[in-house]
Design a protein around this ligand. Sequence first.
Ligand code: SF4
Length: 214
Amino acid sequence: MPNNNIDAIVKILSGLYPEAKTGLEYENSFQLLIAVILSAQCTDIQVNRITKRIFKKYSLPEDYACLNVDTLAGEIKSCGLFYSKSKNIINTCRILVGKYSSRVPSTRKELEELPGVGPKSASVILGIAFNQHTIPVDTHVFRVSHRLGLSKAKTPEKTEKELLALLPPQCGMDFHHQLLAHGRQVCTARKPKCADCQLIELCVAGNSSFAGGI
Ligand code: SF4
C-alpha cells in the first residue's frame, strides 16, 4: 500500500531542498548525454573535471564519432570504467550522426538503444533535457522511497513507475533531486538520522526504527 502522505512528503522535501538539482555541468542535451554516460560509478565532481576539458576539444557528435577508442580513453582515464565508456561514447555518437542528424533523441526507446544509456540514464536525459515526467531511481532514491513506504517494488524501473503514479507531473525531476539530497544528507544507507528527520512522522521505516526497524 503506497504511503498516502505523498503531498505532505513532497511539501517537506521541497522546503528542505528547494535548490536541489543535478550536479553535472552541461550546456545542451548532447553535453548532458556525454556527462551522463561518464557518470556511471564516477562522482559528478570528477565528471565535471573531465567534461570541462573535453568539451573544449570535442563539442559535436561528429568530433567523437571519428575518434579511436584509445584516444578518447586517454582523455577520460581519471574516470572509472574509462575504456568501456570511451567505446560507448564513440558508438553512441556514430548513431547520433548516422540516425538522428546529430541530435539527441527524445524517446525512452531510442535513448535506451544508445550504448552506455540504461533506463536510469534515459530517465535523467528525458527529465532534464526534454522536461518529461521521469523520476530516475538511483541507489539513494530507491532506498529513501522504500523507507518512506512510497514503493515496495524490487527493481529501480518498477520503483520509478510506482513513484510516477503517485506524483503530480510537474515535480518528477525535482522529487528525484530532493530524495537524492535527503538520502545523502539524512537518510543515509547505514545510519539514517531518523531522530533529526523532518519526515519521521510520515515515514514507515522511520517510525519502526524506534522499535528496532532500521
Ligand atoms: S525517518 Fe529515517 S528512514 Fe524515514 S526518511 Fe527520515 S531518515 Fe529516512
